[in-house]
Design a protein around this ligand. Sequence first.
Ligand code: HEM
Length: 236
Amino acid sequence: METLYYFVLVPMVYIAAAIFFIGTGARLVKIFRAPKHPATLQIFPEKEPKWLLALVDTFLFPTIRKHKPMFWIFLMLFHIALFLLIIGHLELFREFSIFQIIPHNVFLGQGFVGLTLSICLLFFLFRRFLSPVRELSVPEDYYLLILLFLTVLFGSQMDWARTWYEYSTVAAEDYQTYLLSLLYFRPELPESLMYSGHSFMLLLHVFFANLFLMFFPFSQSMHSFLSLPMNKLRRG
Ligand code: HEM
């Protein structure tokens, strides 16, 4: 069992991070070096200011809001929660005073960031079981959503245990020791990460997170890097 914990929490994280960064970089280089599209992708009539409109299209999804308001609400909630989640994971490395404008302990949102993400992912998943989205879905769509849901659920379990049920067997400092040791290539696993009540959830969380990171460059999640350039092309 110890070997399994070590493998998932150390070498597998390095493998996942390497595939994530190299894979994403290589795909972006390939896309941006591809020959220019022969036909224009621009929409008409042209409107100004183009950059601002491209930013609005990218972050506020006005077309979706108009045609699918319910889907839009879940999309907005999901992306806001994702943003807070990235901040939360950065804070697992060390404290950043800028994020302490709203004083909090490790994860912003008192467990509700994870809850929001879980509910949104269930909505996105079940939406794909119904026509007409069902006919437009491929297995990869389901695979990605299930993978994300499992990652989010096991991560949230740890936060909910700590925040809502006052069950805490791993201190924030232990996470910091572990993640910084990975960053400096001197892997160290504090006892609490390996042998406490949180250990198994952590193992499952990091295992599914690793799978997600490895899958990322080859999945539709790449849209996070391509959405703004694409909207700028459309706006001219
Ligand atoms: C190898 C990469 C990752 C590591 C080492 C990691 C580690 C952690 C840790 C230590 C926690 C805190 C648990 C606690 O509160 O006690 C956590 C929470 C969480 N993680 Fe991750 N994580 C990783 C990647 C991801 C990814 C890719 C996602 C999803 C996209 C994710 C989603 C979450 C969620 C939703 C929470 C709970 C947040 C909340 O309730 O506010 N994690 N993670």
